[in-house]
Design a protein around this ligand. Structure first.
Ligand SMILES: NC(=O)c1ccc[n+]([C@@H]2O[C@H](COP(=O)([O-])OP(=O)(O)OC[C@H]3O[C@@H](n4cnc5c(N)ncnc54)[C@H](O)[C@@H]3O)[C@@H](O)[C@H]2O)c1
Ligand SMILES: [Zn+2]
Length: 394
């Protein structure tokens, strides 16, 4: 047999910059990120909810580019596109962006800047990664969740065939620029959704961060900027550390520790027709996997209670009626989430559970009876909390 085999090595510089008032002409961060070498074209895509809350933003962005031209170059006004999960609901949205890339003659050295929530970033990231086999993509995330988790990663994608992120690629962005002030217009529900990802990464990686979250829970519940900035900074750092040093940035293996709590979460999002946001679903997914870890004897009761209490203190519900939806054979539909998760990852089922706060490990099968018991336990816990609240309100 004849063969040619070589090792191909490639390195990426994964940059997440923290700044404030990024489109203030006096702020050089965006100019310095895009404006070196040739005068490369930029296409900017902005989340429509952000524009609805901040109507002057597209003009402000255009002004920033005009003031810094050269070295910046913007050939068309920022495109305003629907954000939220509907952004990821159709390939047409990707095609539309491909059309704009073609119309404005962007090349592989041009930039596509996405300003918006994680869903819009996932959509624009996919279009950028697939046009010309990859146009430089700069992310400016505008939700807590995307600033601390989804926006600082290396994945993109849209949903298809009723499955989350079915179409997508691994493509490290050219840069991620986090501007805390862009979170000011977020509804409270979206502000706190990202906290679930912080609890997730603290649970699997960092007991000190977990204790800090417990200490800051009241401040976070009141959206105090100092506590939120700290959460975003540390969560993003742990996320990027995992990608850079975890040994599997493009997830060729089966283990996916950053997806702790996500097998049920993705299914709940879909079963609720996205009524339950990603962050809210992740909180429930974590609660389920923590309760299951305790019931299986992996995790001590005190640690499990600390995690559930922290999620509640941060304002999350730990149960949703969708957990109890039954299929034609009366089995709980949410349980299909584990197999869909396996299929998405490839290889054998690999789920992250906890042995302690800060200590994760992998399992390769689920005891479905214990999962069902855990779901009912969360339902009972929610009912008990409601009762306490009602009695307190009398
Ligand atoms: N690529 C990845 O690695 C990865 C990882 C985790 C999650 N995700 C994906 O990220 C998505 C969730 O992202 P998200 O939590 O950022 O929510 P989102 O993008 O769905 O945004 C939530 C809502 O807030 C609006 N919005 C965004 N910024 C705003 C602002 N500053 N002011 C007012 N409204 C604003 C959006 O239009 C949307 O309606 C999911 O699709 C999830 O699957 C991707
Ligand atoms: Zn997530």
């Amino acid at each position: 047999m004849d063969s040619i085999e070589r090792t191909i090595k490639a390195t990426w510089q994964h940059r997440v910059l923290f700044t404030e008032a990024i489109f203030d002409p006096a702020n050089p961060v965006l100019r310095d990120t895009l404006g070196f070498g040739r005068r490369n074209k930029t296409l900017v895509v902005v989340d429509d909810s952000l524009v609805a809350a901040l109507p002057s933003l597209p003009a402000g962005i255009a002004r920033y580019f005009a003031i810094h031209d050269p070295p910046l170059r913007l050939d068309c006004p920022p495109l305003v596109r629907p954000g939220g999960e509907k952004a990821k609901s159709s390939w047409d949205n990707v095609s539309e962006l491909h059309g704009a890339i073609d119309r404005y003659h962007l090349d592989r050295h041009s930039y596509i800047v996405a300003v918006g929530g994680g869903a819009l970033l996932d959509l624009v990231g996919l279009a950028a990664a697939t046009a010309h086999r990859g146009v430089r993509h700069v992310r400016i995330p505008t939700t807590t969740l995307s600033q601390c988790d989804s926006g600082v990663g290396v994945k993109n994608g849209i949903n298809a065939f009723g499955k989350k992120n079915f179409i997508g690629t691994f493509a490290p962005p050219f840069a991620v620029l986090n501007d805390f002030r862009l979170l000011a217009t977020l509804p409270n529900r979206e502000k706190s959704a990202g906290y679930a990802e912080a609890v997730k990464v603290a649970c699997i990686r960092d007991p000190v961060f977990f204790a800090n979250l417990e200490r800051d829970a009241v401040a976070l519940r009141h959206f105090e900027p100092k506590a939120m900035r700290k959460l975003i900074r540390r969560c993003a750092e742990l996320h990027v550390d995992h990608i850079a040093t975890g040994g599997d940035p493009f997830e060729f293996g089966s283990a996916r520790p950053l997806d702790f709590g996500h097998w049920a979460a993705h299914k709940l999002e879909q079963l609720s027709d996205f009524r339950i946001s990603h962050g809210a679903a992740v909180a429930i997914g974590i609660a389920l996997d923590v309760t299951y870890s305790r019931r299986m004897g992996y995790l001590d009761a005190q640690s499990a209670e600390r995690i559930l209490r922290l999620l509640e203190d941060l304002g999350f519900e730990l149960f949703a009626p969708e957990l109890l939806l039954a299929g034609s054979r009366r089995q709980l539909v949410v349980l299909n989430g584990a197999e869909e998760f396996r299929e998405h990852l490839g290889g054998e089922l690999s789920l992250t559970l906890l042995r302690a706060i800060g200590e994760a490990f992998e399992v390769h099968e689920l005891n479905t009876s214990r999962v069902v018991e855990s779901i009912y336990e969360l339902q009972k816990r929610r009912a008990a909390r409601r009762l306490t609240e009602l009695v307190a309100a009398v």
